[in-house]
Design a protein around this ligand. Structure first.
Ligand code: PMP
Length: 437
């Protein structure tokens, strides 16, 4: 373990039990393709694409070369009133793969920033078109929209909210998961479209003229992989359109091929007004996020603005040259290797392999959708989350990276995974679940 620093105290780790971690640190020193390596040289198969972001596999040469070249050519250029060529190219390339009509791309540096940017764009749009009373935002229980104030407010995870304050004027739809009606689903569950009708209830309660936007993850990822019921997103789309409410899909996880299409919007055939993205945009190699906006939202803000700045929003690093270079190289790999199509083609192999874990006693539910899975285990009596953590540790120590959310193991391997590697992921997960029982 000689490569592990002696002093771990200064780094205050995000979303981490710092004391527990530092008593028993696990870390990575290297990565390539489907694998990580620990500082002492142990290989770990990546079942999670890092943190849902490394869709093309690790340390891909075209991406690292593009970053290195950009770093040597143009280290930084502001995009406030100035810019550089590659950020325009990336925006054009993104607009070409987003659903039709979502052709305006605003760059950020993370998923959280994308979410708060999308919420601000929604508010600015409503105000621009003379609908300034529309300030209310609606999220959903069990939604994860990052950690900035807008995102935690519309998010539906109490643990991420209670230490802080939330925005006023936010309401939430019920989440769409029901074990009773949806256990062991592959793809979209048949039950639950009617839950979208709750939005009509919120409109009746608050008045449409007070509601700016609804934000949902088309498939909730971080809270355990919850695919949308058949017909649910269509209903949300119809109700929002009917009442002049913008619909935002948070595609930070589902974007870039995870569900077998560029975005979940295309996979599910429902087009929102705004899409947030990050993670797979640069294959995780450089922090970058973006918001894709439909033409009428962009035009509504731009055409109604007073002369000067149209949208008083942006980040120093919006469209950073290194991130733009990484994004362009990443999109090339996705296209050249047909990774979105590959993800679609693997869906059944993946679902068959993962649902094969069903015979284990501790399994409570298994959900698969595209190239994602949530394997929900029964909690250990009196210790919710303990089993998930034990499986995570056991798997890591036996050479497999998974992600534990409470007692659900989430899997989202790089889209380059071979069928043999899929088999290996499932075998090792099975062994870890048995060992940690
Ligand atoms: N939205 C969703 C749906 C996410 O899954 C995440 C991160 N997992 C975020 C937003 C936040 O992204 P970031 O951590 O890059 O801020």
């Amino acid at each position: 373990m000689s490569n592990i620093p002696n002093d771990l105290s200064a780094f205050w780790m995000p979303f981490t039990d710092n004391r527990g971690y530092k008593a028993e640190p696990r870390m990575f020193a290297k990565a390539a393709g489907m694998h990580y390596w620990t500082p002492d040289g142990r290989q770990v198969l990546d079942g999670t694409g890092g943190l849902w972001c490394v869709n093309a596999g690790h340390c891909r040469a075209p991406i690292t070369q593009a970053i290195a070249q950009a770093a040597g050519e143009l280290d930084f250029a502001p995009t406030f009133q100035l810019a550089h060529p590659s950020v325009f190219r990336l925006a054009t390339r993104l607009a070409a793969i987003t659903p039709e009509g979502l052709d305006h791309i605003f760059f950020t540096n993370s998923g959280s920033e994308s979410v708060d940017t999308a919420l601000k764009i929604a508010l600015a749009y409503q105000r621009s078109i003379g609908q300034g009373t529309r300030t209310r935002l609606i999220g959903r229980q069990r939604g994860y929209h990052g950690v900035n104030f807008g995102g935690v407010s519309v998010g539906g995870i109490v643990g991420n909210r209670r230490q802080f304050l939330s925005l006023p004027g936010v309401d939430h739809l019920r989440h769409t998961h029901s074990h009773e009606h949806q256990a062991f689903t592959r793809g979209q569950p048949a039950w639950g479209a009617h839950l979208a009708d709750e939005l009509e209830g919120l409109v009746a309660l608050h008045g449409a003229e007070t509601i700016a936007a609804v934000i949902v993850e088309p498939m909730a990822g971080s809270t355990g992989v919850l695919p949308p019921p058949v017909g649910y997103l269509e209903k949300l789309r119809a109700i929002t359109a009917k009442h002049g409410i913008l619909l935002i899909f948070d595609e930070v996880i589902t974007g870039f091929g995870r569900l077998g299409a560029p975005f979940a919007a295309q996979a599910f055939g429902v087009t929102p007004d705004l899409i947030t993205m990050a993670k797979g945009l640069t294959n995780g190699a450089v922090p970058m996020g973006a918001v894709a906006a439909v033409g009428f939202v962009h035009d509504g803000i731009v055409n109604n603005a007073l002369p000067g700045i149209e949208l008083a929003h942006g980040y120093t690093y919006s469209g950073h040259p290194l991130a733009a270079a990484a994004g362009l190289a990443t999109l090339d790999i996705y296209a050249d290797e047909g990774l979105f199509e590959r993800s679609a083609a693997l869906t059944d192999v993946w679902a068959d392999a993962i649902h094969g874990l069903r015979d284990l006693d501790v399994i409570h539910d298994i959900r698969t959708c595209g190239f994602v899975a949530g394997v929900e285990m029964k909690p250990k009596p009196g210790a919710p989350g303990a089993r998930g953590k034990a499986v995570f540790h056991r798997a890591f120590d036996d050479g497999l990276l998974v992600r534990a959310t409470a007692d659900t193991i989430a899997l989202s391997p790089p889209l380059i995974a071979s069928e043999a590697e899929i088999g290996e992921i499932v075998d090792r997960l099975r062994a870890a679940i048995v060992a940690a029982a």
